[in-house]
Every structure is written in structure tokens, then in C-alpha cells.
Design a protein around this ligand. Structure first.
Ligand code: 13P
Length: 284
């Protein structure tokens, strides 16, 4: 199968009440682990590539790895730019072969975010690429993004609905209280905002900062109209733990396959668990 846009599965996810995971890729082992999990769970997946990950892996490598995964997996796979910061980056990714992009204009004033997002939607839709937009600012640290807790702003429902009516993005990320990275306490999720916005727009709501959110909160969010959930940190925590323990125990271990292989297995298990929790297993 070739890479598909998120529209190959997100409309159905919202209608049937499940969410598809966006699992961020950081190196080859992430691509392999996420793909294996998708095959075993028969789940659609979204590879999320941030600008930092693209710099690290290389743009052509990211596309090649995603294309090989799609060809071998026989489940729908989208390759999605995570938090694209400019029109130029979005177009570079589309030209390179991405099937989906996020344009994060949330740091711009509201009207400017609408104007820039519309421009991205027009260009992306012309070539069958799906678009995610963002409203409100999600707290925490992820690559180039660092939003202090006091600067994270919760999306206003009326603005989010207006934003969607103007831009017609295929997936709508709204800041509802989750943050990138692990939480110190329990995140306070504004379910009423998810409910109000999801009822008023066709597009599924996207929940960023999916790591460390209690299972019951995830299930409630999905039942209210969240159709895409982003996960990165939990995979990093699980794989780093394995590498740390193995290297500490075996001073002579130098073959990367010996510690990155088990790290890859740990990522696969986390991803499989998320697929079951999100309800995307057997939805390929
Ligand atoms: P976490 O790292 O908190 O899972 O968030 C990932 C994310 O939202 C990517 O955009």
C-alpha cells in the first residue's frame, strides 16, 4: 500500500468512536516498532515527524522509511508533519512525499493563524494531503517547542468552531489541558471544550501530549470526539529505560543491535497498548 492521507481513516474514527494514534518517530527503530505494532493489531497509524526529527533522520530518509513501512504493512499509514512552523516547511514535506501535515499557527494572533492555515489547506488539498491545524497553545517541551505552563492557553470553543469553519482543516488540535512530556500530577482536561467543539465541527479533535494521560481520561476524550492522539514521550521513557538498564548491567555491550533491539521491543509494546486503549485495533 502507498502512504495515505489521514482522511483514509479519520472520518470513520470520529463516526465509529475510536482514535488513531500518531506515534512520533525518532530513529529507525521507532519506524520498525510502530509498524510491527500496527501489523499485529491491524490498526491504522500515523507516523509523526517533527522538524527536529526530520533534521536528525533526514527528510528523504523519513519518507523512504515510511514508504517501506506502508508497502510492507498492509494497514493504512499516514506520514504526518508534526507542528510544522512555516508554509515553506509544509511545502518541502509535501514535495518530499508526506501524505499529511500539521501547520501550527497557534503562536500567531487568531486572524493570522486562520489566514496562514487556510493557505496551507489550499495547497495541501490540491494534492490530496490532509491538514491538521492548532488553536490555543499546548504546554510542555517538544523539540523546538517550549511552552511554559503559565503561557499555555486553553482554546475557546467559539474561536475553535470559527477557526474550523474558516479553514476546514481535516483534524483540529485544540489545547484542552494536556501538555507535551510527562505530567507531574494528573492533567486537568477540559472535557466540556472537547464536547462542545466536536459536536459543532466535522473534523475529529486531536489530543496532543497523549503520554501519561490516565486511561479513563483518554477513553472519555475519545467518546466525546477525539479521533487522533499524539504519543511520543512514553515511547522514549520505555526505550531509554531498557537501554539504560542493559548498558549498566553489561559493561562490555557495544553492539547497538543488542540494546536498540530490546528498546525497539519496548516501544512496540507501548504502541500496541495505546492502539487497544484508543480503540483502533482491528480498524485497518
Ligand atoms: P507526548 O510527548 O506528551 O506524548 O506528546 C506528543 C505530541 O503531542 C506530539 O505532537
Amino acid at each position: 500500500m502507498a502512504l495515505v492521507s489521514m482522511n483514509a481513516f479519520l472520518p470513520r474514527a470520529k463516526k465509529e468512536g475510536f482514535a488513531v494514534g500518531q506515534f512520533n518517530v525518532n530513529n529507525l527503530e521507532y519506524f520498525q516498532a510502530i509498524t510491527e505494532a500496527a501489523k499485529e493489531e491491524r490498526s491504522p497509524i500515523i507516523f509523526g515527524a517533527s522538524e527536529g526529527a526530520i533534521r536528525y533522520i533526514g527528510l528523504e530518509n523519513v519518507v523512504a522509511l515510511a514508504e517501506v513501512a506502508a508497502k510492507q504493512a498492509d494497514v493504512p499509514i499516514a506520514l504526518h508533519l508534526d507542528h510544522g512552523s512555516t508554509f515553506e516547511v509544509v511545502i518541502q514535506c509535501i514535495r518530499a512525499g508526506f501524505s499529511s501535515v500539521m501547520f501550527d499557527g497557534s503562536h500567531h494572533p487568531f486572524e493570522e493563524n486562520i489566514r496562514l492555515t487556510k493557505k496551507v489547506v489550499e495547497a495541501a488539498h490540491a494534492v490530496g494531503v490532509s491538514v491538521e491545524g492548532e488553536l490555543g497553545t499546548i504546554g510542555g517541551v517538544e523539540d523546538d517547542l517550549d511552552v511554559a505552563e503559565e503561557d499555555a492557553t486553553i482554546a475557546k470553543p467559539a474561536e475553535a468552531i470559527h477557526f474550523w469553519n474558516e479553514t476546514k482543516v481535516d483534524a483540529l488540535a485544540i489545547a484542552v489541558g494536556t501538555a507535551h512530556g510527562m505530567y507531574k500530577g494528573e492533567p486537568k482536561i477540559h472535557f466540556n471544550i472537547i464536547d462542545e467543539v466536536a459536536k459543532a465541527v466535522d473534523a475529529p479533535i486531536v489530543l496532543h501530549g497523549g503520554s501519561g494521560v490516565p486511561d479513563a481520561a483518554i477513553q472519555k476524550a475519545v467518546s466525546l470526539g477525539v479521533g487522533k492522539i499524539n504519543v511520543n514521550t512514553e515511547n522514549q521513557v520505555a526505550s531509554a529505560q531498557v537501554v539504560r538498564e542493559l548498558l549498566a548491567k553489561n559493561e562490555s555491550m557495544i553492539d547497538p543491535r543488542k540494546y536498540l533491539g530490546p528498546a525497539r521491543d519496548a516501544i512496540k509494546e507501548v504502541v500496541k497498548g495505546k492502539m487497544r486503549l484508543f480503540g483502533s485495533s482491528n480498524k485497518a
